[in-house]
Design a protein around this ligand. Structure first.
Ligand SMILES: *Cc1c(COP(=O)(O)O)cnc(C)c1O
Length: 229
């Protein structure tokens, strides 16, 4: 099942790329495996997945040691400062940095472990009360401040678009964040790249790819519905 789902999602990404005149190799599919048991991740790994997304520190700590070490782990959920130390040497990208204080802690813990960490700045593009993320207006300044820290590198932006019935409704938000990333790129800030745009989930990843996503985060579309009980 997971194998077929993955093939379908990859096909859809290719179709969206074709439509937008993009090269599918520009798009990384992140298999969002939160709440799913290790055997399901192994199945996805066998089917070629190397990028996995989790939103809880504890789940990364549980899964990391028992799965192959060529997996790239993506922290996509809200990260508390007191838990940074547990994952700083395990994840390859933190998608959800939305404050200078969190970035400072990441840089500090990375330095301690003599490593460096790539991050994305999370932008709450639709300004939803319920979501984390910096505002569109404050994003550039936050990027500039994080850029001064020694052991952390901004690689781009991430957003979680609103939950909508029709994915087309989110096209405007994907466009806005793409524009924002182009604006920040033009500032040529030292130690900052805007090469990554993490946007699009099961419901809307095709629209996100059409609008320039370089990473899509797909959970349900690969592993099926989540059960939180
Ligand atoms: C759970 C989650 C996803 C995946 O959601 P699906 O709708 O299951 O594809 C993507 N991004 C983030 C930040 C998530 O927490």
């Amino acid at each position: 099942m997971i194998n077929e789902n993955l093939m379908q999602v990859r096909k859809n990404i290719e179709a969206a790329c074709q439509k937008a005149g993009r090269n599918p190799e520009e798009v990384t599919l992140i298999a969002v495996s939160k709440t799913k048991p290790v055997p399901m991740l192994e199945e996805a790994y066998q089917a070629g997945s190397r990028d996995f997304g989790e939103n809880k520190v504890q789940e990364i700590m549980d899964k990391y040691p028992v799965l192959p070490d060529d997996i790239r782990w993506h922290m996509i959920g809200h990260l508390q400062r007191n838990k940074v130390k547990y994952i700083v040497d395990k994840v390859s990208l933190v998608h959800s940095v939305d404050s200078l204080r969190l970035a400072e802690e990441i840089s500090r813990q990375a330095e301690k472990k003599q490593t460096e960490l790539d991050i994305l700045v999370e932008v709450n593009i639709a300004q939803e009360e319920s979501k984390f993320g910096t505002s569109r207006a404050e994003a550039a300044q936050l990027v500039e401040e994080i850029a001064k820290l020694p052991c952390i590198h901004v690689k781009g932006l991430m957003t979680i678009a609103p939950f909508v019935e029709h994915p087309e409704e989110n096209r405007k938000y994907f466009r806005q964040i793409k524009e924002l990333s182009v604006d920040i790129e033009k500032k040529n800030i030292d130690n900052v790249s805007m090469s990554v745009l993490s946007m699009g989930m099961t419901n809307d990843y095709m629209v996100a790819v059409e609008e320039g996503a370089t990473m899509v985060r797909v959970g349900t579309g690969i592993f099926g519905e989540r059960n939180y009980n």
